[in-house]
Design a protein around this ligand. Structure first.
Ligand code: FAD
Length: 262
């Protein structure tokens, strides 16, 4: 299988750097092909702007969505964007790897998403009509591919527990899992999270590596998070609210995850 790791940490000698190197070795040893987009090493340009389209004329009004749509459709995107899209087409699995910074991904990785996820590539895909709101949330360009986060946090596991002060980790990561990965069609696996990174000695580091190694070995067997597909009859069209009979007692992020029987 082909695995793309998109890695966002400025220091190769960091914990994240070590886990990235370990992941590459483990996957390759299992016979998988691996590509790494090491965003800081690549000096990845984070801001989405007019220069992302080769056809942009100075002085013209820049429309982030429509210019992206035209550039993608006409093969006139900036070369760095097109290259990352090719890597995504190639990949059977995508791993986003990063330290949690201000409850989300580092800005350089958000900029990778914003620029690489072009209109027509990751959104604006499929039929948009009164009866169908595109191919997304379970369908789309990335359907059939798997995705997983490898995330490190300074906060403790308890800080991210159901009643922890930071909010549950499933909620913190929901916009990435559901909005960035499930939206264009990935099957999203439960994340691999390393908490309390200030307390890592060699013994714990070895345990973390072993656990991550197991997750990588199981990449194609692990059950994805059962997000509800948009176009399978559970949502009202065009409001896209859950139908009254679907998990009526649940609201918020959790309502969009199917649980046993509901
Ligand atoms: P490092 O600092 O590189 O390493 C951490 C520890 O791991 C080291 O001290 C060392 O003991 C060990 N280690 C590293 N490499 C190895 C190795 N090769 N072998 C053995 N042991 C090793 N945290 C939150 O919980 N929520 C937030 O919202 C949040 N926001 C942040 C925002 C910013 C801007 C910053 C800078 C930090 C934030 N943090 C937050 C903390 C952050 O998530 C952690 O600092 C980060 O996850 C640590 O990962 P690292 O790769 O930088 O670790």
């Amino acid at each position: 299988m082909n695995v793309l790791i998109v890695h966002a940490h400025p220091e190769p000698g960091s914990l994240n750097g070590a886990l990235k190197d370990f992941a590459v070795e483990r996957l390759q040893a299992a016979g998988h092909a691996v590509q790494v987009s090491d965003l800081y090493a690549m000096n990845w340009k984070a801001p989405l702007d007019a220069g992302d389209s080769l056809d942009y004329e100075p002085g013209a009004r820049f429309d982030p969505s429509l210019d992206s749509k035209r550039a993608f459709a006409n093969d006139r995107q900036s070369a760095d964007i097109a290259l990352e899209q090719d890597k995504l087409r190639w990949a059977d699995a995508l791993i986003l790897q990063f330290p949690l910074w201000w409850f989300s991904m580092p800005a350089i990785l958000k900029g990778w998403v914003e620029r690489v996820y072009a209109y027509g590539f990751a959104y604006g895909v499929g039929e948009h009509s009164d009866v169908r709101w595109g191919s997304r949330y379970g369908e789309g360009s990335m359907a059939g591919k798997r995705a997983m986060l490898i995330v490190t946090t300074g906060g403790w596991e308890s800080h991210y527990s159901a009643r922890g002060i930071n909010g549950p980790m499933d909620d913190v990561l929901f916009p990435i899992h559901h909005g960035i990965l499930y939206y264009p069609g990935f099957d999203v696996l439960p994340p691999f999270v390393v908490h309390r990174t200030s307390r890592i000695d060699e013994i714990r580091f070895t345990a973390i590596r072993d656990e991550l190694g197991q997750r990588l070995d199981d990449l194609w067997q692990t059950a994805p998070i059962p997000f509800r597909p948009q176009n399978a009859g559970e949502y009202e069209i065009p409001a896209l609210t859950l139908k009254a009979e679907v998990a009526p007692e649940r609201v918020g992020f959790a309502a969009h995850i199917a649980q046993e029987g509901v």
